[in-house]
Design a protein around this ligand. Structure first.
Ligand code: GDP
Ligand code: MN
Length: 304
């Protein structure tokens, strides 16, 4: 029998540039998925980045809700990969089922966001993201787009627009549409508070904490006085305006694959008193990679 072929890759030939379409750069879109939303899939399909350069990766919890999400996702994948026009089909799709018990995964928005539920929840999310990343990142991957399963609306040129900034980590501003009862019309509000610039108050709080304790953002009982990108948005402001960030969220986050290759991952423990995506931004920074935010470039989270 013939010995298996040796695969050789020269990482220097895998470019990571501000013009990824022209340079045929492969992108890995990674989504931890507890629930399936049709709006997520429809939005993914309308992305204009060449689908033949996109690999999709999912990690889905092994519980009842996860099984339902998997079944829905599988149906949509078959529809696209088998029956849609060639240009709509993705290069490849990888689905992982989580092999550990996800805590609190079936809780609603209010329950998930309670402070005492955050530490175990964020640690579990960090592990899910790490499993997904380490099993899917390939030698030809140029970019990783983290996209939550409840992001249901982005500009079709999301990938090109973010990549064009040519930054190691970059995040758009994640909002949520809702019905404003006072104004009696649809309105929008900031959703992701994990995109922030650090403050002396938060630094001081961290310095007085136990080694395993973490700082959380967006809680009245823990005022950090950090500058939140969520509130930097200006109606009609320049969508390409950049701000430096010290913490990032994972709802939509574009990362150069080299940042992950250097070892930056999502700490499922207190790392400089930060956890998960916020810890990731800190770890990237320690490796020499600065996070950037786009306050006026918006994507939208599902409203439960
Ligand atoms: P929030 O919007 O910040 O409250 O967080 P979500 O509950 O929306 O979770 C972030 C992302 O992870 C979403 O895409 C969820 O579908 C997904 N998710 C939530 N919990 C789990 C879990 O236990 N395992 C996996 N694999 N994904 C999860
Ligand atoms: Mn969410």
């Amino acid at each position: 029998p013939k010995p298996p072929p040796v695969m050789r890759y020269n990482l220097n030939n895998v470019t990571i540039t501000g013009n990824p379409v022209e340079n045929n750069e492969n992108i890995l879109v990674l989504t931890p998925m507890a629930r399936f939303y049709q709006g997520y899939w429809d939005n993914l399909l309308q992305l204009t980045y060449p689908h033949e350069l996109i690999t999709l990766g999912f990690i889905i919890p092994k519980n009842r809700e996860g099984n339902a999400a998997y079944a829905e996702l599988d149906k949509q994948i078959t529809k696209t990969q088998k029956f849609a026009p060639e240009k709509d089909r993705f290069k490849s799709i990888i689905i992982l089922r989580q092999d550990f018990e996800p805590p609190l995964s079936s809780q609603d928005e209010a329950e998930r966001h309670k402070m005492q539920n955050q530490m175990p929840r964020r640690a579990a999310m960090a592990k899910a993201r790490n499993s997904l990343l380490f099993t899917t990142l390939g030698p030809a991957t140029s970019w990783v787009l983290w996209l939550d399963a409840d992001i249901i609306e982005t500009p079709p040129t999301l990938i090109q627009d973010l990549a064009h900034h040519d930054r190691p980590l970059i995040v758009p501003n994640c909002f949520q549409r809702y019905y404003n009862g006072e104004k009696k019309k649809m309105d929008e509000r900031p959703y992701d508070f994990n995109n922030w610039q650090d403050s002396p108050t938060a630094q001081k709080m961290a310095s007085e904490m136990g080694a395993d304790d973490i700082l959380l953002e967006g809680y009245r009982d823990m005022p950090t006085y950090r500058t939140l990108m969520a509130y930097m948005e200006e109606n009609g402001g320049d969508v390409h305006q950049e701000v430096p960030l010290d913490g990032v969220g994972g709802t939509a986050l574009l990362v150069k694959a080299d940042v992950h290759r250097d070892g930056a991952m999502f700490p499922p423990f207190s790392f400089y008193h930060l956890i998960e995506t916020e810890g990731f931004a800190k770890m990237a920074k320690r490796l020499g990679w600065q996070a950037t935010g786009l306050p006026n470039y918006k994507v939208y989270h599902y409203n439960e």
